[in-house]
Design a protein around this ligand. Structure first.
Ligand code: F6R
Length: 609
């Protein structure tokens, strides 16, 4: 997500930090900043926009010093602005730090510290860390203050901290967000990712969750939360720069598939109270406003439209509000019946898709309230909507959407639960049970990623076919659409997604010997129906790959391949079921020698009609 770099070097730290930030650019960011310890104290410069804004007229001589930190920010709390960019300081200016991740309990901590007289200057969650360290620090024990601060923070973070009174020290810490230390020749580095380290050293210490690292010109010391020293040998990194940007994965798409467990976690962070109630203050709608909704319209394009289709099932099931779904390019030109009691949800990863934006504008012009479910803070959709719920997937670089889709589904589950609770359709106990199951999705997704090799026989069998059919029913029909879209866009195999019940109304004519048909047949209302659709395919010589629950006692008969997935409740199952379909498409595309991250004719963000 955001990028961190820190260093203790023999020459100007500013130059090392600047080139380190350039190495982190590929991750996507909306603002950046550098802080260097100089003879006149810690100097900080922050700018919104591309690195050129920060670096083009950077006065390295004014920032002359050997210790410093830098950051590229991908906004999660607070808009992209100079004030919210990192490095962030406390109100004394003693503590200056950079942070990646999300602090779940920042509001409580902020209130507490404001009560003690701290004055906050930003809209970020990060600022509470600077104030807490300042509040806690005794004497010059920065490491101890960071350790104590970690005990107070809930959420995910990697931080690197400077202190005005300790000009030759950097302290870093991590939990659920990566941080690595680089060991050079009398020079030491910290970064969120390997690329900034590569031009200085290949010897790297990988830090674990709950660890604290102290850097001085004398060396690096790693300790745990109790203050015990941890002995760890550096690892030699053999990656080149491009491999390093992809975290060692051959493609961004694969890296992003692998990030999905963490994305599930991040999309839930801070949104579920201890009693299981969902918190979505971004909606800014009280119970009366929710009760007044008479219809919800969900709009999206491509993968985001598939999320919209799943959103309809979720909201109708959990909140009992009627939902219509539309593709952006259709909705914008259709006569629509909208009014002040219509809630329009616009789902968009980028927040810049032209047809989705035009649909939002149309909805607003009709007096409807618009909420954007969006991944990019500060994007057009996030600025133009009446409210915005961020998906927290982090920058998605692969053209084929994977982790953004999963994050959209998490948010839609939360939204449906929230609306259902506010309308009295979901009890607190039911919400608790449901949200506990949502938290368990991370483990299920990660299990499926670990078991990716089980898909290889399917890849081998079908990598050379020309056509593929995907079937699903109910809430998993959009997963059939998404599976087919993933396959066609990166492998160029013609693939169609269909609601399985429609088979007999036309597509069954396509079934002939060896035609591959992937059927999503996980537990749910229509399990028996889709089993019989599978029989119809088998009876006509088609080859069936069935996605079934791993404990399914009665898997469909005679199928050619089974993809086993962890069992979960039907409304949550799409999040789990999509994972093997993403991996299957990815592996087939790689086997066919396709350019997975840059498929032909496609752009990541479609900003024109
Ligand atoms: C498919 C894909 C596209 C996008 C679509 C909408 O893998 O990525 O279909 O989902 O272009 O983009 P956003 O969500 O940015 O509006």
């Amino acid at each position: 997500m955001c990028g961190i770099v820190g260093c203790i070097v023999k020459e100007q730290a500013g130059r090392v930090l600047a080139s380190g930030l350039e190495r982190l650019e590929y991750r996507g960011y909306d603002s950046a900043g550098i802080a260097v310890v100089t003879d006149d104290g810690i100097r900080v410069r922050r700018r919104v926009g591309k690195l050129a804004e920060l670096l083009d007229d950077f006065d390295y001589d004014a920032f002359d010093g050997k210790v410093g930190i830098g950051h590229t920010r991908w906004a999660t709390h607070g808009k992209p602005s100079e004030g919210n960019a990192h490095p962030i300081q406390d109100d004394t200016g003693d503590v200056v730090l950079v942070h990646n991740g999300i602090i779940e309990n920042y509001k409580e901590i902020r209130e507490e510290l404001e009560g003690k007289g701290h004055v906050f200057a930003t809209e970020t969650d990060t600022e509470v860390i600077a104030h807490l360290i300042s509040e806690i620090m005794q004497g010059d024990d920065l490491e101890g203050a960071v350790r104590e601060t970690m005990r107070r923070l809930k959420g995910a973070y990697a931080i690197v901290v400077l202190h005005r009174r300790l000009p030759d020290r950097l302290v870093g810490a991590r939990r659920d967000s990566p941080l690595v230390a680089g060991i050079g020749e009398g020079e030491y580095f910290l970064a969120s990712d390997i690329p900034p380290l590569l031009e200085h050293t290949r010897d790297v210490l990988l830090l674990e969750d709950g660890e604290i690292v102290s850097l001085t010109p004398e060396g690096v010391r790693v300790t745990d939360l109790e203050g015990n020293t941890i002995e760890r040998q550096p690892k030699e990194i053999e990656w080149n720069l491009l491999q390093a940007e992809k975290g060692g994965y051959p493609h961004f798409m694969l890296k992003e598939i692998h990030e999905q467990g963490v994305v599930v976690n991040d999309s839930l962070l801070g949104r579920i109270a201890e009693d299981g109630t969902v918190r979505l203050p971004e909606l800014d709608m009280d119970a009366d406003a929710v009760a007044a909704i008479d219809k919800i319209v969900i709009i999206g394009c491509g993968t985001s439209w598939h999320s919209a289709l799943i959103g309809k099932f979720l909201i109708e099931e959990l909140a009992e509000i009627p939902v219509e779904v539309d593709i952006g390019s259709e909705f914008r030109y259709r006569r629509s019946i909208l009014g002040p009691s219509t809630l329009v949800l616009a789902i968009t990863q980028s927040g810049e898709t032209a047809d989705t934006l035009a649909s939002m504008r149309k909805a607003r012009a009709h007096g409807a309230r618009t909420i954007s479910i969006c991944n990019v803070i500060g994007s057009t959709a996030s600025r133009e909507a009446d409210g915005v719920v961020y998906t927290q997937a982090g920058p998605e670089i692969g053209v084929a959407s994977t982790k953004a889709f999963v994050s959209q589904l998490i948010v839609l589950n939360l939204l449906a639960l929230h609306l259902g609770s506010m309308r009295g359709k979901i009890t607190r106990e039911a919400s608790k049970e449901y949200t506990d199951e949502l938290r368990a999705v991370r483990g299920r997704v990660e299990t499926l990623i670990e078991r990716a090799d089980e898909l290889d026989p399917i890849v081998d069998s079908y990598k050379h076919v020309d056509d593929f059919l995907y079937l699903g029913r109910g809430i998993n029909y959009p997963i059939a659409l998404e599976g087919a879209l993933k396959l066609k866009e990166i492998s160029y195999i013609h693939a169609e997604g269909y609601p399985a019940g429609e088979l007999k109304h036309g597509p069954i004519a396509l079934i002939e010997e060896k035609m591959p048909v992937l059927a999503v047949a996980t537990p749910g209302e229509t399990y028996a129906k889709i089993s019989s659709n599978i029989d119809q395919v088998k009876a006509r010589g088609g080859e069936v790959i069935a996605v079934v629950a791993d404990d399914e006692a009665n898997p469909p008969m005679g199928v050619d391949h089974l993809i086993r997935v962890p069992r979960c409740r039907e409304t949550i199952s799409p999040i789990v079921n999509v994972v093997p379909l993403q991996i299957l498409s990815y592996r087939i595309a790689v086997a066919r020698g396709c350019d997975v991250d840059q498929p032909r004719n496609l752009a990541k963000s479609v900003t024109v009609e």
